[in-house]
Design a protein around this ligand. Structure first.
Ligand code: GLP
Length: 261
């Protein structure tokens, strides 16, 4: 795992967008794993700007999102499909047929989960998976005690997650209690993972995810097993990391990061 600390949430999001852009320019038919949440909005803003100003081309790119709420139609303003359309898809030249999210309205949810896994496999697997982190330490909706080898499935949302996401719905009682999410096993099969966390509300969970022991109580810790995972944080989210000086040295000195400094 590599940790990169950036001064602000905007510079952290911009770095993530520049890494994605570089991969897309090198492999036009890249398979991108996408994430939702407040943190990612800035990343999509940068990607949309790069599309407009630098002609970043998404026409052959294929995307798979991490998760979707059960029971919400794509037209619902709270669905992740709606989020993706609003923040990203409708602003760039991506082919809608190449954008995938689990269908939270499927009559057979287990079958939908199997179909989603099969679609990822048919695409050749995810090249670059973008991840946020919930306050419960989850990636996707892999709540505490999710098996570290789990696959795409329906997951009941943990109380911390319900509390974190309820404001957007106008209260916990108005939000779905279950979601379809890629499993931890599905996520760590991606060829490269990038986790972005910003703001001091994430400082504790980032410290646990990066420097804590691997545990299904904090599913982001499974990323420690991944051979190519970069965690990008701003100063606030990185505030509780013990090895900050080491991480700073890496960004300032390792040749891989020269092009991004
Ligand atoms: C939701 C999503 C996660 C995301 C998390 C963080 O729970 N399922 O994939 O990482 O929110 O959201 P935010 O960026 O709003 O803190």
């Amino acid at each position: 795992m590599e940790v990169i600390i950036q001064p602000t949430k905007d510079s952290a999001a911009s770095l993530v967008a520049r890494i994605i852009a570089k991969e897309i320019r090198a492999h036009t038919n890249l398979v991108l794993g996408l994430a939702t949440g407040k943190t990612m909005e800035l990343v999509y803003r940068h990607l949309v700007r790069m599309h407009r100003e630098e002609k970043l081309d998404f026409s052959l790119c294929r995307t798979f999102n991490l998760d979707e709420y059960v029971g919400l139609p794509p037209t619902d303003a709270h669905s992740y499909r709606h989020y993706m359309e609003e923040h990203f898809f409708r602003h760039v030249n991506i082919d809608p047929r190449n954008t995938h999210l689990p269908n939270g309205l499927a009559t057979d949810l287990d079958e939908e989960c199997r179909r989603y896994e099969a679609a990822i496999e048919r695409s050749g697997g995810i090249d670059l998976q973008l991840l946020g982190i919930g306050k419960a330490g989850h990636v996707g909706f892999n709540e505490p005690l999710s098996a570290l080898r789990s696959r795409t499935r329906v997951k009941a949302l943990a109380p911390t997650t319900l509390k974190q996401n309820a404001p957007a719905f106008g209260g916990e009682d108005k939000m779905p209690r279950r979601a379809i999410t890629m499993g931890v096993g599905t996520i760590i099969e991606a060829r490269r993972c990038i986790l972005l966390a910003t703001g001091d509300s994430k400082a504790d969970v980032v410290e646990q995810a990066v420097e804590g022991p691997i545990t299904s109580m904090v599913t982001a810790t499974a990323l420690q097993l991944h051979p190519r995972c970069t965690v990008i944080v701003d100063e606030e989210a990185g505030g509780k990391l013990k090895e900050k000086e080491y991480y700073r040295w890496i960004f300032e000195n390792e040749p891989e990061w020269e092009q991004y400094r």
